[in-house]
Design a protein around this ligand. Sequence first.
Ligand SMILES: Cc1cc2nc3c(=O)[nH]c(=O)nc-3n(C[C@H](O)[C@H](O)[C@H](O)COP(=O)(O)OP(=O)(O)OC[C@H]3O[C@@H](n4cnc5c(N)ncnc54)[C@H](O)[C@@H]3O)c2cc1C
Length: 439
Amino acid sequence: MPTHIKNNIYAIIGNSAAGLAAIESIRRVDQSSRIVNISNQPQRPYSRCLLSYYLAGQYDKDILWIRPEDYYKKYDTEVLLNTAVTGADIKNKTLEISGKKKISFDKLLIATGASAKFLNIKGADKKGVFVLRTLEDADGILRMLPNVKNACILGGGLIGLRAAYALKRRGVAVHVIVKSEHIFSQMLDAEAADIMRQHLEVNGIEISTGLEAAEISGKDSVDGVILDDGNRLDCQLIIIGKGVAANLGIVKGQVKTDMGILADERLETDRKDIYAAGDAAQAYDVLEEKNNVNQIWPAAIRQGKIAGLNMAGEEIKYEGSYGTNSLDFFDLAVMSFGVVKPKGGGFEELIALDAKRRLYRKIVVKGERIVGGVLINDVERHGILLHLALQKIDISDIKDILADEYFDFGKVIPLIKRQANLFIRPEYKDTCVTYSPLY
Ligand SMILES: Cc1cc2nc3c(=O)[nH]c(=O)nc-3n(C[C@H](O)[C@H](O)[C@H](O)COP(=O)(O)OP(=O)(O)OC[C@H]3O[C@@H](n4cnc5c(N)ncnc54)[C@H](O)[C@@H]3O)c2cc1C
């Protein structure tokens, strides 16, 4: 057999962002081995990111599909849809499928993603209680809508508020119940959250903070939610938005895990030939400078791609991801990246707030570097700030003006002069040549 012909069996669990990226990168370098893709999802791959837009009626279902129907044929991949991996024997390299059949593998990618956290309170099993993670969730909510006048969203994070926005666009009266003292508590300070809250309230979304659902009422179907202050809200639909947790169950106890499956710089776990990528993985974060779970689509794609190449015998180092979010609610934009709520010492927060104009900028600095930021309603400079952060550029010359309203590309020129070798992206190169003859 010629040496370039490989004879592996690659098993990939999950057919979303990370799993697909791995299939595609394996096939770039290995056209001969077997790839088996197993997913408990019944349908071909779709974009989870678009689910709230689909729920809002902004997109039809057609837009959700991210790969054509003949995808698996094209990538010469055996696919088992609607099939759960119920166990894994990492030592003997076998997977248990739906409680019985075994599949052997040489290399395994765990791209099982994450699941929405549920709320275990009395009545949570009633008809009309949902999370928003899968197409089935979105379709289930849509089927209920003709009979829904009022909905309660339990949780004031990204998914909860996206669901609230979507339902509002569908003409439903929405009340968001938030346990924390303010919305977006993982991302925003109280002042910034206040800007968002006022904006959402002006646009008809009701928000109560510092409260938790204690019980869901109704016979078989939801008819209300009882809060921990004793008050009751009428509603026919509840969406729980309490964050997500990595799906680790299959391999827990067999590979090292923390918040996710710990993956090294090749995206391999502590067990040889076992890789992890996407929402299930806890891999290097360039801005946090440690392993972190960054459960976002671009990180899943990149990790899947690098893991796939390494599974197929390449030696590619994963450069690391960073957390980032971008939102737009009723034309108010928010962008965040990296460390947004620093814990521990050594951080400095540069904040500019103009509540009247709904402007907020926070830049988080550690030492002489930007490590994170949040921008509300003034997101154009996001790209420059992110570049300074990712390239680890010493910003001490311009620290005083970083959060200024008038901070723009021109203010970065002193840095380009001093650190031209770090401004490597095409949009900066010309400037570097102009300002730094040595570039
Ligand atoms: C409503 C919503 C909006 C979002 N918006 C954004 C956004 O705007 N930007 C952004 O960057 N990210 C967004 N995300 C997050 C993004 O969708 C995820 O980061 C991304 O889907 C992760 O991809 P993944 O491949 O790691 O895992 P997932 O997409 O979670 O897929 C995991 C796959 O594994 C399968 N699986 C799990 N367990 C098993 C098992 N035991 N056996 C077989 N198969 C299994 C599942 O069926 C699924 O196919 C959003 C998520 C949601 C829910």
